[in-house]
Design a protein around this ligand. Structure first.
Ligand code: AOF
Ligand code: ZN
Length: 379
């Protein structure tokens, strides 16, 4: 595939943006590369790079501008800023990036995508154009949208991006008799799951999983040598508030949100513990659902600025999301072992199982993992 120089610089900017994964939500991941590529004396030299490193911290453009060597500052009017997202126009936690680019007299700005944030949404480009700066958008637009699928889903659909994750046997069972835990994967999968937990701001389980597996829902098996990992918000669906308080989930070690449909006054919020009531689910088929309104929950999570959720089960919770089509990505561990537990039906009918991006996990060839997006594209 032939790529233009602009696309190559943008690919680099996307790569830089990726470094913010797990650290910038609910902000988007953004990268910026400044290249001296305008006018007759252009060298095509990269003057500086930057990315949005930390939520609340400086944006990508600010970090890139700061990284320009003093001797190169005079070259900015003959340079292009390749930014993965439209520069912001608002005073948020930081001043507007469009204003900074105008002040530093950048010659041109090229982006992948317009910023869907209503505070920005076209105004960043407008500010730049009004200042006489050339603007181009749509370069590697699909790659930009994929990188920030969480941010775009959150802004456009007003709900978090949903990742369903489970492990199943070769014939599709995810738990033992009566929901008892069953070993399907091994230590390599556990380590991978902990990395995924560090990448999303929230993890959700149903009451069955909370009771049977007693999970801690924190990041223990993944470490980043350079930075402290973020611990996710724990979310548990406990419709009737019957879960015992000795479970790890209630140990107060990290923020935990308990959704319920109990009309009785809920217990007082405790240290790191929040109770939030939701309406009952209005479907006929509550036997295989979580029993509370997933739509209402996603609306509530949007209000709490939770940009994405890793759903870790179990069967009823996954079925609720699947039946309503409320999911964006599936990450499915599949073992080569046939185990018929006889009590729960396979989670997914065979026709929506596919062979996208099959990755063997570990050396013993006992299980692999599949991932795909809702529209059947591999991730
Ligand atoms: C950019 N460059 O690197 C990022 C942008 O609260 P603030 O000030 O951090 O602003 C957050 C909003 O800014 C976020 O919702 C998105 O619209 C934009 N993010 N914009 O120009 C960046 N991270
Ligand atoms: Zn900005």
């Amino acid at each position: 595939m032939n790529s233009s120089p602009a696309e190559n610089h943008m690919r680099r900017a996307l790569e830089l943006a990726e470094r913010g994964r797990g650290h910038v939500s609910p902000n988007p991941m953004v990268g910026c590369v400044i290249v001296h590529d305008l006018g007759p004396d252009a060298t095509g030299r990269v003057l500086a790079e930057g990315w949005h490193e930390q939520y609340g911290g400086p944006h990508a453009e600010v970090n890139a501008i700061r990284a320009v060597a003093p001797a190169d500052e005079a070259l900015l009017p003959q340079s292009t800023a390749y930014v993965t997202l439209e520069p912001c126009s608002h005073w948020g936690k930081t001043p507007p990036c469009a204003k900074l680019l105008i002040e530093r007299q950048i010659g041109r700005v090229v982006c992948c995508n317009d910023d869907p944030n209503p505070l920005v949404s076209g105004r960043g480009f407008q500010m730049l154009r009004e200042a006489g700066i050339q603007v181009e958008t749509g370069v590697l637009a699909p790659e930009g949208r994929l990188l920030n699928a969480r941010f775009f889903t959150f802004m456009e659909q007003k709900r978090p991006y949903i990742i369903l994750k489970w492990a199943e046997t070769a014939n599709g069972f995810i738990s033992g008799p009566a929901g008892a835990p069953m070993a399907i994967t091994g230590p390599e999968a556990n380590a991978l799951v902990h990395r995924w937990r560090a990448e999303e701001p929230a993890i959700l389980v149903g009451s069955g999983t909370a009771r049977h597996d007693n999970p801690r829902l924190n990041v223990r098996l993944y470490h980043d040598a350079k930075r402290l990992v973020r611990q996710p918000l724990r979310i548990v669906l406990d419709r009737m508030l019957t879960l015992p308080r000795h479970l790890h989930l209630f140990d107060g070690s990290q923020p935990t949100l308990v959704y319920h449909t109990n009309t009785m006054p809920s217990p007082p919020d405790g240290t790191n513990l929040t109770f939030a009531p939701l309406p009952e689910e209005s479907t006929e088929n509550t036997a295989c659902s979580s029993g509370l309104s997933i739509q209402a929950m996603l609306h509530d999570l949007h209000g709490r600025s939770i940009q994405s959720v890793l759903v870790e089960g179990g069967n009823r919770v996954h079925s609720s999301f699947l039946n309503q089509g409320l999911w964006d990505e599936i990450r499915q561990f599949k073992s080569t072992q046939l185990v018929n537990t006889g009590t729960t039906a396979p989670l997914l009918p065979n026709h929506i199982q596919s062979d996208y991006s099959t990755n063997w996990v570990g050396n013993d060839q006992l299980y692999y993992y599949l991932s795909r997006l809702h529209d059947n594209r591999p991730v």
